[in-house]
Design a protein around this ligand. Structure first.
Ligand SMILES: *Cc1c(COP(=O)(O)O)cnc(C)c1O
Length: 367
């Protein structure tokens, strides 16, 4: 039995007639950039998040960049964030000229550790940018309390956490703004690149809309330097179809996670565990062990795919050498990077496939 790490074609096959119709509708409308399909999607995704406003973007990175632009950051400003995430989290900060200030993660959730955030606040700190990593919410009350005490805006990177809950409430409206990615591998994925900015604040929503479209609030009048970050109509149409399946797909991911948990509990692996405040949407199911590389090879030899998220924390990336961080600065993030292994996790996985992955891990002796 083969178990690919990811299979994006299965969902497309299942939705093909609906996707064909949605794409045809968008072709026939003659509107290709933004337009009615994107507008409708924005309404529907805002409702899903329980937010007042959603603004569609051409990627999660651009949505996050605009979320940072809304803070009017500049050179010398600092934004506190996690070193253990996809690189795009930090792009949003450096694109504005500000500097990412990394702090280490929590052992259990691998999210930004609120206790360390407090200690990193300086007079130059202008914002906090946590990531709901792997679909598991950050400790929002603790982070918001620090933000309030220091009067700092908080932006959520929710690129991996569509529908994830913190104390029962869907993430994306805890901070002033949040950014989602609809990259095809995400829990809600477009057929191409797409993203969104979500907010409850009408003033921020209006400015984000303008920044997305060349900084213009009316055509050919440009109030500030903007971008071409518009979502394509076809992606809006595709996302509207896929959004109707998101809640059920998140339930299926949680079910698979619980099965993995049952089947792997007696192995030497450290398994992902939800904090008492969190309902994870398991964008990834990432286990940990120092023998990660050997286990990965063993799985591969048995036709099972796996992946490493992420092998090198951001503070040790070459592109950030000038920030002056050193190995050892963030031991928990560095250890997570050495030990993490993401197992196959997508709603189409069968019980047999999950059992097979667990059985092959059970046969592994070279811990
Ligand atoms: C995917 C991702 C992004 C960027 O989204 P794109 O749509 O690929 O630009 C940002 N942050 C995190 C944590 C992500 O996983």
């Amino acid at each position: 039995m083969k178990v690919p790490y990811l299979d994006l074609t299965a969902q497309i096959r299942a939705l093909r007639p609906e996707l064909d119709a949605a794409i045809a509708r968008s072709l026939d409308s003659g509107a290709f950039c933004l337009g009615p399909e994107v507008q409708q999607f924005e309404k529907e995704f805002a409702a899903f998040c329980g937010a007042a406003h959603c603004i569609g973007f051409n990627s999660g990175t651009s949505a996050l960049h605009v979320a940072m632009r809304l803070l009017d950051l500049g050179s010398g400003d600092e934004v506190i964030t996690t070193p253990y995430t996809f690189i795009a989290t930090s792009w949003a900060i450096v694109y504005t000229g500000a500097r990412p200030v990394f702090v280490d993660i929590e052992e259990q959730t691998m999210n930004l550790d609120p206790r360390r955030v407090e200690a990193a606040v300086t007079p130059r700190t202008k914002a906090i940018l946590p990531v709901h990593l792997y679909g598991h919410s950050c400790d929002m009350d603790a982070l918001l309390e620090i933000a309030r005490r220091h009067q700092l805006p908080l932006v959520e990177d929710a690129a991996q956490a569509h529908g994830a809950r913190y104390r029962g409430k869907i993430v994306g409206t805890f901070g002033g703004t949040s950014a989602f990615s609809f990259y095809p591998t995400k829990n809600l994925g477009a057929c191409g690149e797409a993203g969104a900015l979500v907010t409850n604040r009408a003033d921020l929503a209006a400015r984000a809309r303008a920044l997305r479209e060349h900084g213009s609030s009316s055509r050919y009048h440009h109030d500030e330097i903007g971008y071409n970050y518009r979502m394509e109509a076809i992606q809006g149409a595709v996302l509207r179809v896929k959004l109707t399946r998101l809640a059920a797909r998140n339930v299926a991911r949680r079910r698979i996670a619980h099965r993995y948990h049952e089947l792997l509990r007696n192995t030497p692996l450290i398994l992902p565990r939800e904090a008492d405040y969190a309902e994870s949407v398991y964008h990834l199911y990432t286990v940990r062990h120092p023998g990660r590389d050997r286990l990965k090879a063993h799985l591969e030899a048995h036709g099972i795919g796996s992946a490493i998220h992420y092998p090198l924390p951001l503070h040790l990336q070459k592109c950030f050498a000038a920030l002056g961080y050193r190995p050892g600065d963030f031991p928990l993030a560095e250890r997570a990077a050495r030990e993490c292994l993401s197992l196959p996790m997508y709603p189409e996985l069968t019980d047999e496939q999950v059992a097979h992955v667990a059985a092959v891990i059970g046969e592994f002796k070279d811990w």
